[in-house]
Write a protein that binds this ligand. Structure first.
Ligand code: HEC
Ligand code: HEC
Ligand code: HEC
Ligand code: HEC
Ligand code: HEC
Ligand code: HEC
Length: 190
């Protein structure tokens, strides 16, 4: 059962779970939320746990066994986008809508969808990856500066029209909230 009410830690309050109808339920069962099929429930564990018995995304989920003593880099940077997209989602080939997926404001939730549509990604031939900006071993910190990452490819001298020097992400990766109470960062750099 996916409960129709979720806790939103950022706001310290309960509210409707994304994807659930605000309308009164038509049966006692659905008043609690959406009854998940076995297959769907298993999918939750596929992204939110390492094994069904080990909640959270731990070392083995990304590295396989033997991560403590890697002999050589076990994950190539260029492969990281595909690895991260296993859970953060790659573009959906069967996206059923008249508008392209990338134009749907809700797609901001899926960082790989935006990033892989960016010129930074398509024109840099595999040089740009999720781990260019994120250390997969620590939490992302909203206060952190990403400017050095941008400037590793966009040196000051080569930028022609850009009006400002700092906090590149504020203008080129703005945050927005297409789903109430959840804020995401636009990974379609433009
Ligand atoms: C394809 C992988 C995937 C599946 C399947 C999936 N999730 Fe998630 N879930 C994520 C990712 C990635 C995030 C973090 C980014 C976001 O919020 O979209 C997340 C975020 C969440 C959050 C918010 C956590 C927080 O701290 O804010 C909840 C709650 C959640 N998922 C519950 C579920 C439930 C329940 C299911 C099954 C019905 C499920 N998820 C299925 C990948 C997945
Ligand atoms: C979300 C996926 C993910 C998880 C979870 C994760 N790692 Fe990594 N790890 C990576 C990626 C991707 C790289 C390559 C980073 C790079 O090239 O900058 C990496 C690199 C490393 C390296 C450097 C050598 C190598 O194999 O490339 C070590 C050591 C390492 N991780 C250990 C760990 C340990 C220990 C844990 C658990 C505490 C862990 N990792 C959890 C994704 C992950
Ligand atoms: C791995 C290298 C790389 C990184 C890192 C990178 N970019 Fe780019 N970016 C590119 C390339 C290559 C292009 C295409 C340049 C061209 O067409 O002249 C580009 C294009 C752009 C454009 C123009 C987009 C358009 O649609 O015309 C902007 C704006 C931009 N980058 C900003 C940023 C910002 C801000 C960051 C950091 C958050 C960043 N880039 C990080 C390589 C990168
Ligand atoms: C096995 C599924 C899985 C994989 C693989 C995965 N993630 Fe996540 N990631 C999640 C889930 C689930 C959350 C939400 C956790 C929550 O909020 O409780 C999350 C949250 C995040 C966050 C935001 C939370 C924070 O503050 O740090 C970042 C950034 C992130 N992941 C980056 C990455 C990167 C980069 C990779 C690839 C190296 C990656 N993830 C691979 C499942 C995954
Ligand atoms: C105050 C908002 C703002 C900030 C901060 C900002 N930019 Fe821009 N940037 C713009 C705008 C607006 C344009 C488009 C200008 C135009 O087309 O006339 C642009 C254009 C660009 C372009 C493409 C055109 C060119 O000049 O090559 C790149 C690349 C770029 N910015 C990179 C960066 C980087 C890297 C940073 C951080 C060091 C940054 N920007 C900070 C607003 C900003
Ligand atoms: C050019 C830099 C850059 C790259 C590359 C990048 N991110 Fe991010 N990411 C950011 C910034 C900036 C934020 C917002 C500030 C923060 O949370 O640290 C962010 C935030 C996030 C979050 C937290 C939720 C949100 O939307 O704010 C997740 C999850 C995430 N990124 C996943 C990914 C994944 C997966 C990839 C690869 C497909 C990726 N990012 C590639 C810069 C980047």
């Amino acid at each position: 059962m996916e409960h129709r009410i979720s806790q939103y830690p950022e706001f310290g309050r309960l509210s409707l779970t994304p994807g659930h109808s605000p309308q009164p339920a038509d049966s006692f069962d659905t008043a609690f939320g959406i009854v998940q099929s076995e297959v769907n429930a298993a999918r939750c564990f596929g992204c939110h746990s390492t094994t069904p018995a080990q909640p959270g995304v731990h070392c083995q989920r990304c590295h396989g066994e033997g991560v403590d003593h890697p002999k050589e880099p076990s994950i190539k940077r260029t492969k990281a986008v595909a690895l991260c997209a296993e859970c953060h989602r790659s573009p959906n080939r069967e996206y059923a809508s008249p508008e392209p997926e990338i134009e749907d404001p809700a797609s901001i939730r899926f960082a790989p969808v935006g990033l892989t549509a960016s010129k930074c990604y398509t024109a840099s031939k595999g040089a740009l990856s999720c781990v260019t900006c994120h250390d997969p071993h620590t939490d992302a910190k909203p206060s952190m500066s990403y400017d050095a990452r941008c400037e590793s490819c966009h040196a000051k001298e080569t930028r022609k029209s850009c009006p400002r020097e700092t906090n590149c992400a504020r203008c080129h990766m703005p945050r927005s909230s297409p789903i109430p109470l959840l804020t995401f960062t636009d990974h379609r750099i433009r």
